[in-house]
Every structure is written in C-alpha cells, then in structure tokens.
Write a protein that binds this ligand. Structure first.
Ligand code: GLT
Ligand code: MN
Ligand code: MN
Ligand code: MN
Length: 386
C-alpha cells in the first residue's frame, strides 16, 4: 500500500534528487547522480517523470556536438525506463551574468542573453516532450531600491514573456507557462512575491490564457502565509498549471524539506484540496534530501515524498467518508434557499426585499459553530486513532 505508480503523476527535478548537499556554508556531502542514473532510479521508485533546467542536463559551456550527445543519451534512458519530461525551465540564476536579474536586469545585454538562453532551453524542453514551461525568477529582484528600476522591471519582464509566448507559438510548441512566485532568497526582495501578485500580473500579458502559476509550498510558508489558501485562489482563477511540493519551517531560510516533513496538517489540507478539486497535472517535488544523507538517503527521501502524498490522499478519502466528520460539517454550514436566491445576483427588486428583511443578529452571534469538535476529529483522523 502507498506504493507510487506513474498514474499518480509524481515528478522530481534533476536538480532535486541530484542535489549534492552543498549549502552556503559548506561543500557537497555526496557525489550526486548523473541524469541517466536519476532516470533509472526514479523509474524504479514509480515516479512519472523528471523535470529539468537546461543546465541540469547540458553544461552551460557545452559544444553543439556535446549537447546532442548528452541529449540523445538522456532520451534513450527516458524511453528505456518509461519516464516523461513534463516540465522544463531555464537556469537564469546560477551564472554570474544574472547576478542582478535576467529579464529584469538593468543591462539590456543581459536581458537579451536571457531571452536567447530561454529560447534555446525551450527548444530543448520541446525536444524532450515537455508541455509545461516554468519561470522562477530567482534573481529577478533587488537589494538596493536606489537602483530605481521597479516599474521598468515589470515592463521588461512583461515584454520578455510576451516575446517568449510568441516564440513558442511560432515554433508550434504546445507549452503552457507557469510562473513561480517566491518572496526572497536569493535576492533580498524578489519581484512577484506571492501567487496573488502573479495572478494580477498574468492578466496584463498578451496571451494570458497561456500563463498560469506554479506555486511552491515552501515559498509561501517561509513568509508565514497559508499555502493551501494560496493554491485555492490559483485553482479558483483556473491557473493551477503546475505545483511544487516540499516543506519548510515558517520564518526560516529556504529549507526545501521532504514533502510532509514538517507541517502535516497543512499538507493534509493541501492534498485534500488538490484531490477534491480534480487537479490532474503533475505533482512535482521541489525538495532535496538533508545534507546528512548519502545516496540511499536520497532515494529514501524521494520515496518518502510520494508515500506521504498517498497517505494523505487516503486520509482525505477517509475524511470525506467519515460520518461523524460529515455530520459536524453539515451542522457548521447553514443553507437557506430563499435567502440564497435573493443574494445570488442583483436586481432592484431583490435589493428592496433584502433591505426590508429582519435578521436576528443576537442569535447569529450566539450560535456555536462546532469547529473545535470538527478540528479534533480531523486531528484524531490524522493521528491514526479514527
Ligand atoms: C530552484 C528553486 C525552485 C524553482 C526551480 C525552478 S529551481 O531550486 O528553489 O523553487 O522551482 O527554476
Ligand atoms: Mn523553491
Ligand atoms: Mn520551486
Ligand atoms: Mn527552495
């Protein structure tokens, strides 16, 4: 039980399970794996696919021949092991050229190079069969607002995305674009810190229907926000194009913990939301094993992410079928067909009737909602005693 299969659509990045334990204070603690080894191991574990940045696979200074050899070896491994590449993205943050941003650099040459690099990376992703293209603007931000580029940056970013959407169409690619918000780290302040700011910006793009959001659990949690609420808003907008699952202690540096490692309850309500909403896209684990781990620990980490998701999915099913929980929910919600008809959509007559209505305000305020009971039932379900 709880063994993942490709039908579950779990994916990992080459950069996630390939992470070597390096952090800002210390060197690598494990050698990592080649892309081909990652494909083999993820397939064994029952994952659906593997995602990548251009330079996770092809080194930034590779020659054209090297690139083609690496890509064909990788494609062979994908087809041997039945793994997909559902999502691709560009590394616009590691190279020193991007130290002050890529699409929002104050240097027009850097902005042009970022566009060139992204087009080439989109070509690579398309060649590998990717349908989702992620933009995480890790370096798009500032430490020094005396740089006076806030409004320019928004315009430059918009121009770049408009350009790339047209490039994608001109090549006949099937990409849908997913913009990933993060409030800070590696920049002091990153532009578009939340899912809501991405949604607002998407509405200003020329082909906004091709743009959605790639929210990440840790990014909202770092800032003390409720990730499940953010995802609900993205779903409501019809913009959940992809999702990055991991975990994180609130208010800390970016930890990228194993999914469900820290916030069981938020993870549960997130899984329940995704499952109840009928989200059918990939579930990508953008996390990495602790620095204390060796190769075996990396695969234990990967398996753990998927198992925890499946366990929480089963708990969500139990929640939906638990008669006491459902009774508590039914008692909590009060429906009134006549009032709902009145408030549903405006007419001058309805407004008059509503203005004349009497409400027993004291009774509304005095009613107990039973949420302590409901929450305790949920806790007991999650703790395994129901
Ligand atoms: C990087 C970052 C992630 C992004 C990845 C895509 S790279 O690991 O922390 O949140 O999703 O560029
Ligand atoms: Mn992240
Ligand atoms: Mn991410
Ligand atoms: Mn992270």
């Amino acid at each position: 039980m709880y063994d993942p299969t490709p039908a579950d659509q779990f994916t990992f990045g080459l950069w996630t399970v390939g992470q070597t334990g390096r952090d800002p204070f210390g060197e690598a603690t494990r050698p990592g794996f080649s892309p081909v080894q990652i494909v083999q191991e993820l397939a064994k574990l029952g994952a659906y696919g593997v995602n990548l940045h251009d330079n996770d696979l092809v080194p930034i200074n590779a020659s054209a021949q090297e690139r083609d050899r690496i890509v064909s070896e990788f494609r062979q491994a994908l087809s041997d092991h039945g793994l997909a590449v559902p999502m691709a993205t560009t590394n616009l943050f590691s190279d020193p050229a991007f130290k002050d941003g890529a699409f929002t650099s104050a240097d027009a040459r850097v902005r042009a190079y970022a566009l060139q690099k992204t087009m080439l990376s989109m070509d690579l992703g398309a060649e590998l069969g990717a349908h989702t293209y992620v933009f995480w603007g890790g370096r798009e931000g500032t430490e020094v607002d005396a740089s006076s580029k806030l409004l320019d940056s928004l315009a430059w970013f918009r121009d770049s995305l408009n350009f790339l959407a047209d490039y994608s169409a001109s090549q006949g690619y099937s990409y849908r674009f997913a913009l990933e918000p993060k409030p800070n780290e590696p920049r002091g302040d990153i532009f578009f810190p939340t899912a809501g700011s991405m949604l607002g910006f998407i509405a200003t793009l020329e082909h906004s229907e091709r743009f959605g959001v790639n929210p990440e659990f840790a990014h909202d949690t770092m800032a003390g926000l409720n990730f499940t609420h953010a995802v609900a808003q993205v779903i409501d907008a019809g913009k959940l194009f992809h999702i990055d699952l991991n975990d994180q202690k609130m208010g800390r540096f970016d930890q990228d913990l194993r999914f469900g490692a820290e916030n069981y309850k938020t993870a549960f309500f997130l899984v329940k939301l995704l499952e109840d909403s009928g989200y059918t896209g990939p579930k990508h684990f953008d996390a990495h094993a602790l620095r204390t781990e060796d190769a075996a620990g990396v695969w234990a980490f990967a398996r753990g992410c998927m198992r925890t998701y499946l366990i929480l999915k089963e708990k969500a099913r139990q929640f939906n079928e638990d008669s006491e929980i459902q009774a508590a929910l039914a008692a909590y919600r009060i429906e009134d067909a006549a009032l709902s008809e009145l408030t549903h959509s405006f007419s001058a007559e309805k407004a008059q009737v509503l203005k004349a209505q009497t409400f027993d305000r004291a009774a509304l305020g005095a009613r107990g909602l039973g949420l302590e009971h409901l929450d305790q039932l949920t806790a007991e379900l999650l703790l395994g005693v129901r």
